[in-house]
Design a protein around this ligand. Structure first.
Ligand code: SF4
Ligand code: SF4
Length: 436
């Protein structure tokens, strides 16, 4: 069942700087915190901290990650006895590009050292796969190595067994949506941390912090709203007329024709998405109707609902940058070399810093991007696809190419950043601080 959350006060993360107000009256930055890495204000950029992938003998990348989190100021959040949601994508089984559990352990260990009680979390998926109910989702997480033994904390599926355990949260400053349906466990947490695998995405252009937070935290109904305003459909060629879906539909929205094929009455359907998870024949899905901009804008507003009113912190690992989402049961080869780890209180600045780093990187020959471009190391403009991304050429040198637009020409990642700035989620302007 969905319940409506009371409006919360504005941003309370240390990122919020001068506009900071107490978080739910109980969580905020520690007293005396000075350098908060706060959000850019238009004149002042947000700080994004970065460490590369180089590791001298005897120094693990995990050590560098911990150093990065501390340098970025994570310890200035008051973690004592707080429930801390670490939002992550566990990876669809078969995909190997998702973040290693070791990164999650590093974050969880730091949270515990600071007195917090971390758990790893994600919400169920809309589509048919192995993460569309809590049992399958936990199986997938364990199969991919996210066990309490390897990460030191538990997995909690945020929106419950069938993706319907949600809280309806007001979106302060929302332009297109007034409320967001977010997985309850995520909203119950005192502190929110996103741990993101940065990669390309076939619908949103790139998948980074904003997507992990906004789309990833939505309940099944929330995800449908972000994708298409929330109405699933039945594929009659797959429906066997078992009527299971109708038994689980609380709205009596599902009926059957003379051939015992199910149909959904969109006048009655409230878009809870429960029928999708209950159909064992993969006959129900949701049409992917929204344009890249539509989805990006709603996703940004969902991210705002998740973050407003409590401390939050964000880490993105830019490794194995696959062209598509980790929701696929496979991953294509990386399109650029591994870059490093980024951290910030500002998820928008964080995403922008990752975008800029990826677009400045050379293309890996033989990858999907390399194949589309031709020879990425050949100097001078290429006639292959220059018009697709609007850049001047494809020499593989810094700043000359929009890798995301080129690999998925119908997407527009800029709408994520622009709308996030417009509604006060963060700033696309940043200062990069490199940590050795
Ligand atoms: S659960 Fe699936 S197969 Fe069974 S009636 Fe519903 S749509 Fe058809
Ligand atoms: S048909 Fe029923 S179960 Fe399916 S999404 Fe609509 S209201 Fe929910």
């Amino acid at each position: 069942m969905s319940e409506t959350a009371k409006p919360r006060k504005a941003h309370a993360s240390p990122a919020s700087g001068k506009n900071e107000r107490p978080a739910r009256g109980r969580r905020a930055a520690k007293d005396g915190a000075k350098d908060t890495g706060k959000k850019g204000t238009g004149t002042e950029p947000s700080k994004v901290y970065f460490t590369d992938m180089r590791c001298r003998i005897g120094t693990s990348l995990l050590d560098k990650m911990d150093k990065l989190m501390l340098a970025a100021g994570m310890e200035r959040i008051s973690f004592q006895n707080a429930f801390v949601a670490i939002k992550i994508h566990f990876g669809e089984p078969g995909n190997l590009a998702f973040l290693r559990p070791n990164f999650a352990k590093s974050v969880a260990d730091r949270v515990k050292k600071l007195g917090g009680m971390p758990f790893l979390t994600d919400a169920n998926t809309l589509y048919v796969g192995r993460r569309n109910n809590a049992l399958l989702h936990m199986d997938a997480a364990y199969e991919n190595g996210f066990t309490p033994f390897s990460t030191g904390c538990h997995v909690v599926i945020a929106d419950g067994l069938k993706g319907a355990d949600e809280v309806e949260v007001p979106i302060e400053g929302g332009v297109h949506l007034k409320t967001a349906k977010i997985g309850r466990a995520i909203m119950d947490a005192d502190i929110f941390i996103s741990l993101n695998h940065f990669k390309g995405h076939e619908l949103t252009g790139f998948g980074g912090a904003i997507k992990n937070i906004g789309m990833g935290s939505g309940s099944r109904a929330g995800k449908m709203i972000m994708h298409n305003n929330g109405k699933p459909r039945v594929a009659h060629d797959k429906c066997v007329g078992c009527s299971t879906c109708a038994r689980y539909c609380n709205q009596d929205a599902i009926s059957f024709n003379e051939e015992k094929k199910a149909s959904i009455n969109h006048e009655l359907c409230v878009g809870c998405g429960r029928c999708i998870a209950t159909c064992n024949f993969d006959a129900i899905d949701t049409p992917w109707e929204g344009s890249s901009d539509d989805v990006n804008i709603r996703m940004v507003e969902y991210a705002k609902a998740v973050l407003d009113g409590r401390p939050h912190f964000h880490i993105s690992v830019v490794n194995h940058v696959s062209p598509n989402c980790d929701c696929h049961g496979e991953n294509d080869a990386a399109i650029i070399p591994d870059i490093g780890i980024f951290a910030s209180f500002d998820p928008v600045a964080l995403d922008k810093a990752c975008i800029d780093a990826v677009n400045a990187a050379p293309v890996i020959p033989g990858s999907a991007l390399g194949d589309r471009i031709g020879d990425p190391f050949k100097s001078g403009p290429s006639d292959k696809g220059a018009s697709a991304c609007g850049c001047a050429g494809h020499s593989g040198h810094a700043g000359q190419h929009d890798h995301f637009r080129f690999i998925h020409p119908t997407t527009n990642w800029r709408s994520q950043i622009e709308h996030a700035e417009a509604i006060g989620l963060g700033s696309g302007t940043y200062e990069l601080v490199t940590i050795k």
